[in-house]
Design a binder for this molecule. Structure first.
Ligand SMILES: Cc1ncc(COP(=O)(O)O)c(C=O)c1O
Length: 403
């Protein structure tokens, strides 16, 4: 490589990744094929539009790539065309979610024409989503995100005592607020979600049900977490977490919503698709349909359960008492008897274990120095770790945090 400065940094990052134990719940290690395709000539190609309807010439190859990626995405989640369509162009999870809202919840605002008296503020569309502090993502309507500025979030959280979702409460909230769209999904919630109950709640108020399965997509593909597809109208997902692909996102939708969503992705919120990324997504999706991936997904959950139960045995408090997925929320603060999330994460990093600090439900500290840390087993399971390794890892974490 001619650029020695970047080459040196690349080598340093590669070494860092090799050296540490990676418990970041949203990260993973992609295959060498995925890496190869990301760095291919496809990065040179512009192809605004969709297969067969582009604004640029020279698409005979990239049209095939995008169509293949779409077919593999539907296959990976056992979906049939034309009942379901998938848009494979979202550059990442956040723009994918924005595109869905733009398509399905027309943004309100101030009428810009006519006399002053006519410039009434049209009400913002309502999106009911999990609040950040309880495990939702910023793009589920948080006020610092465009999703909370253009749309109005109806936030929901977990039950104070059980720290799991209370569907009765959600149902009452939906009936009171009448959101146009409900987002079911999370970034830091360790339990299974009852998609069917979300469907019933959405139906009771005539809302669209969108599932953001970013965290558990790989587990869904591998049969280790319930599939939202029988219940959702729209499913968004990042590709780079448990699904073990490149940084990218997918939007699956039932046919009636698909045209609007395609228009909201391009030209609504994006320009030319990143075809190197789309080809790499196609590679990852083919990998996710192999039998080995089923074994992998099940092992991810087994590993998380083993890590959780050993941490619990050692006296740590886990939010909701455990996990049904790849993800654990550890309350390191324990009402002031332990460490803040930042201190815990810093100590672990100094010992070569990478996690992220995280708020816990009912957080009493600040987001920059919250009460907990989030752990995930997707990346280390890719490296071949099993339950016995997780037990040892829990003991190591316990020693580092209790030092
Ligand atoms: C549930 C969920 N949705 C969306 C996103 C956004 O993805 P990205 O960081 O690719 O924009 C994340 C990322 O962590 C997430 O956890």
């Amino acid at each position: 490589m001619k650029d020695k400065q970047i080459e040196k940094l690349l080598t340093a990052e590669k070494r860092r990744q090799q050296k540490v134990v990676n418990l970041i719940a949203s990260e993973n290690f992609v295959s060498s094929d995925v890496l190869k395709v990301l760095g291919s000539e496809l990065t040179n190609k512009y192809a605004e539009g969709y297969p067969g309807a582009r604004y640029y010439g020279g698409n005979e190859v990239v049209d095939q790539i995008e169509s293949l990626c779409q077919a593999r995405a539907l296959k990976a989640f056992k979906l049939k065309s034309p009942k379901w369509r998938v848009n494979v162009q979202p550059l990442s999870g956040s723009p994918a979610n924005v595109a869905v809202y733009l398509a399905l919840v027309p943004p309100g605002g101030t009428a810009s024409q006519g006399p002053a008296s006519a410039k009434a503020t049209v009400g913002r569309g309502k999106i009911m989503g999990m609040s950040l502090a309880h495990g939702g993502h910023l793009t589920h309507g948080h006020k610092v995100s465009i999703t909370g500025k253009v749309w109005q979030q109806v936030p929901f959280g977990v039950d104070e005592k059980t720290e799991v979702l209370d569907y009765e409460h959600l149902s009452r909230l939906a009936k009171k607020e009448k959101p146009q769209l409900i987002v079911a999904g999370f970034t830091a919630y360790p339990r299974r979600i009852n998609w069917q109950k979300f469907r019933a709640i959405a139906d009771s108020v005539g809302a669209i049900l969108m599932v953001d399965m970013s965290h558990v997509a790989g587990l869904v593909a591998g049969g280790a977490y319930p599939s939202p597809f029988p219940y959702a109208d729209v499913v968004t997902t990042t590709v780079h977490k448990t699904l073990r692909g490149p940084r990218a996102a997918l939007i699956f939708s039932r046919l009636e919503y698909a045209d609007k969503i395609d228009k909201a992705v391009f030209p609504g919120t994006q320009g030319g698709p990143h075809l190197n990324q789309i080809a790499a997504v196609a590679v990852a999706l083919a990998e996710a349909t192999r039998p080995e991936f089923k074994t992998y997904a099940k092992q991810v959950v087994r590993n998380a359960k083993a890590l959780a139960s050993e941490l619990k045995r050692l006296g740590w408090r886990l939010v909701s008492g455990g996990t049904d997925s790849h993800l654990i929320l550890l309350d390191t603060w324990m009402g002031g008897q332990g460490l803040s999330g930042k201190e815990a994460s810093d100590r672990l990093e100094a010992a070569g274990i990478i996690v992220n600090k995280n708020t816990v439900p009912g957080e009493t500290r600040s987001p920059m120095d919250p009460s907990g840390i989030r752990l995930g087993t997707a990346a280390e399971t890719t490296r071949g770790k099993k339950e016995a390794d997780m037990v040892k890892l829990a003991q190591r974490i316990d020693k580092i945090l209790k030092k």
